[in-house]
Design a protein around this ligand. Structure first.
Ligand code: AMP
Ligand code: MG
Length: 469
């Protein structure tokens, strides 16, 4: 039983289309997140039926949500859920409201040329990486289940097993949701969406300005956390930025291994718009698009509204830098705060160019006493050696355990993710479950699980990810 209470379809008429998911011919459960189901107080009676879309659970009111979005900078006025169905919302045991959504569950009026489907590999990828992000304590949508449909889907790689991921999110309200109604001049619906978003996510915000400030703060913290673990979203279009501050829409995302600010994995990101080091700038750009939709609510006077927006947009870089510095202070194990911490962090990054990001931070814990293993990561350790005394002078007394508690030993390494998904597509889920188990304990000791903590063998080569899969 899922205690549905569907506020979005109830309170926001005209912002979605009612649309039942496809009935999968032969649904079969691949993975169910029992711990999450329990945490959320869900009793899953028919996982394969419910999470494939074949059986609509009692109380669900399936809908495809409307949204627009800037994709790689170009505006698409009508995107929407082209292969996803919001089943509805439920309240968890703590009273928090959650969306339950299926992705890969069939065509909707927003599908345009798409088939509305998804292949097993990419749905398991979302499951693995979103659960890894949650274990890294980074705000994210969660994966509840993956189910195969019994159908094949046609992709560039050929005919692949079709699958659906069931995910849970604080909501699916995107910057692009606001853009959809703003672009159409539907001010009443925009107002209703604004009020709804404030009530659902930022009840203390008061109004549009308060909402905007709160979203800026959450996004700044989120992106700073991404940067801390080397996460590259890959497709930070405005339709993939959630007002809740959760990481959403795991497509071509991947974790950076060797540190290089320009790292890009997505095959379609040829200009590097969504490269690792560009993510904070794109966050600001996307927030400017959100501010544009909110101008009528910032102030009745258009000039004043623009002034209010500009003042806020001008402050985003500083807000982000403060969040990033907080992340870096923790990752470096520093005691309190010092005016030189920004330079200390910047200089560490300069010294680890080309070095595995995850290992460099993880080995700081050992380097408190003995820097050999850390320095061994660098081809030329001169810069890092010179940096160490400055760092040691700033360390908190309990630095080693504190560093291990914030710098993960295990992240979803690209070669392991690929191997797990390849095997799963051929019917062997053993590597998937083995990797998932490790990802659920990112901060534990390295010993005994070196296959998961070490960088890819050199033969793995350059990693490329794909969109719309
Ligand atoms: P994404 O790149 O996954 O964020 O998706 C961008 C837009 O394309 C959204 O409106 C999706 O619903 C839509 N889309 C992606 N894949 C498909 C598909 N196979 N069929 C229909 N729509 C899709
Ligand atoms: Mg998307």
């Amino acid at each position: 039983m899922i205690p549905f209470d569907n506020s979005y379809v109830r309170d926001l008429p005209g912002t979605y289309l009612r649309q039942a998911p496809d009935v999968a011919p032969a649904p079969a459960l691949v993975v169910l997140n029992e711990a999450l189901a329990q945490e959320l107080g869900l009793v899953i009676e028919d996982a394969a039926g419910w999470f494939s879309g074949a059986v609509v659970p009692k109380g669900a009111e399936p809908a495809a949500l409307a949204y627009a979005g800037h994709q790689f900078g170009g505006f698409s006025p009508s995107l929407g859920d082209g292969r996803a169905h919001l089943l509805g919302e439920f309240l968890g045991p703590d009273g928090r409201r959650w969306d339950l959504q299926l992705k890969g569950s069939g065509r909707t009026p927003f599908s345009r040329g798409g088939d509305g489907k998804a292949a097993l590999g990419p749905m398991l990828r979302e499951y693995l990486i979103s659960e890894a992000m949650a274990a890294l304590r980074i705000p994210t949508t969660r994966s509840l289940a993956v189910v195969t449909t019994g159908e094949s889907v046609l992709r560039e790689a050929g005919s692949l097993p079709g699958a659906v991921v069931a995910r849970v999110a604080a909501s699916h309200i995107r910057v692009g949701t606001f853009q959809f109604f703003s672009a159409r001049g539907e001010v009443d619906k925009l107002r209703a969406l604004l009020d709804y978003t404030i009530a659902r996510h930022y009840p203390g915000a008061g109004g549009a300005l308060g909402l905007f400030d709160a979203v800026v703060e959450r996004q700044a913290r989120l992106i700073a956390q991404w940067m801390g673990v080397g996460f590259i979203h890959g497709v930070m279009n405005t339709d993939n930025m959630a007002l809740s501050g959760e990481t959403i829409d795991y497509g071509p995302c991947a974790f950076m291994e060797a540190y290089a600010p320009g790292t890009v994995f997505s095959s379609i990101d040829r200009q590097g718009r969504y490269a690792y080091a560009n993510q904070p700038l794109i966050m600001g750009w996307n927030l400017a698009r959100l501010a544009e939709t909110l101008l009528p609510f910032f102030d009745a006077d258009a000039d004043r509204a623009v002034d209010l927006a500009n003042a806020r947009l001008g402050g985003i870089a500083e807000i982000y830098r403060a969040e990033w510095l907080a992340v870096m202070r923790a990752k470096l194990g520093l005691l309190g705060t010092d005016a030189g911490d920004g330079a200390l962090a910047d200089d560490f990054l300069a010294a680890i160019q080309g070095v595995d990001w995850t290992l460099a931070f993880r080995r700081l814990a050992g380097a408190v006493e003995d820097e050999t293993a850390l320095l061994a990561l660098c081809e030329d350790a001169t810069e890092l050696k010179a940096w160490l005394p400055r760092w040691r002078a700033r360390l908190r007394p309990d630095a080693s355990p504190a560093l291990r508690a914030v710098n993960p030993a295990v992240i979803p390494r690209n070669h392991l993710v690929e191997a797990a998904l390849e095997a799963a597509t051929l019917g062997d889920l053993t590597p998937f479950h083995a990797l998932l188990a490790q990802l659920q304990d990112p901060f534990g000791p390295e010993t005994g699980r070196e296959a998961f903590t070490l960088a890819a063998p050199t033969g793995f080569g350059r990693y490329v990810t794909y969109c719309g899969t």
